[in-house]
Design a binder for this molecule. Structure first.
Ligand SMILES: Cc1cc2nc3c(=O)[nH]c(=O)nc-3n(C[C@H](O)[C@H](O)[C@H](O)COP(=O)(O)O)c2cc1C
Length: 163
């Protein structure tokens, strides 16, 4: 399924959190297997990524419908969709009932990155990955814009006190 409510939530151990409605098929799957994989949506896979969010695995085989293929993750009990260039494999660590959404916190056990999206120092490069940026208010997908500046650097302009 497609999920917008997802992000890193801890550095050590590295964890991410994803919030799903109980009504989704994926919610039950994660509760059962205690694992999940997060595939980063890309410009190239925008239509497939959208489709995964507007249809349910309860009534159709979304992989067969889109022609995408999977292999089993060796790290956790969850599939890897082969065509996605960046996949994060998580073991379920905590379940938080927030309200309409349940927040699943997963410890990152492994990451699969296609060579084609690796840049400097063999690290994933967003300019090569071309991730989708979702605007929930306008319900549109965007590409990334230009680099704005170096993180942990450009704010130094305002620093007057030693910490
Ligand atoms: C752009 C987009 C973002 C979405 N984000 C979420 C989300 O963060 N959490 C959620 O529960 N559903 C989200 N959805 C809806 C689910 O993807 C949708 O309910 C899906 O059909 C569930 O699939 P499943 O029943 O096969 O698990 C989103 C859908 C789209 C199109």
């Amino acid at each position: 399924m497609t999920a917008a409510w997802v992000g890193m939530c801890c550095s050590k151990p590295p964890c991410l959190a994803v919030s799903l409605r109980e009504a989704t098929l994926t919610h039950g799957n994660i509760m059962r297997t205690k694992a999940f994989t997060v595939h980063i949506g890309t410009e190239k896979l925008a239509m497939e990524t959208d489709y995964f969010g507007i249809s349910t695995g309860r009534v159709t085989d979304k992989l067969a419908d889109t022609g995408l293929t999977t292999t089993a993750s060796k790290a956790v009990e969850a599939p890897l969709i082969e065509q996605y260039p960046l996949i994060i494999e998580c073991r379920l660590q905590q379940v938080v009932e927030v309200g309409l959404h349940t927040q699943f916190i997963g410890e990152i056990i492994d990451v699969k990155a296609d060579k084609a999206i690796l840049g400097e120092k063999d690290l994933p490069d967003v300019d090569l990955l071309k991730p989708l940026v979702f605007s929930p208010v306008t319900r549109k997908y965007h590409g990334l814009g230009k680099t704005v500046g170096r993180a942990f650097q450009i704010g130094k302009k305002f620093k007057t006190k030693e910490e």
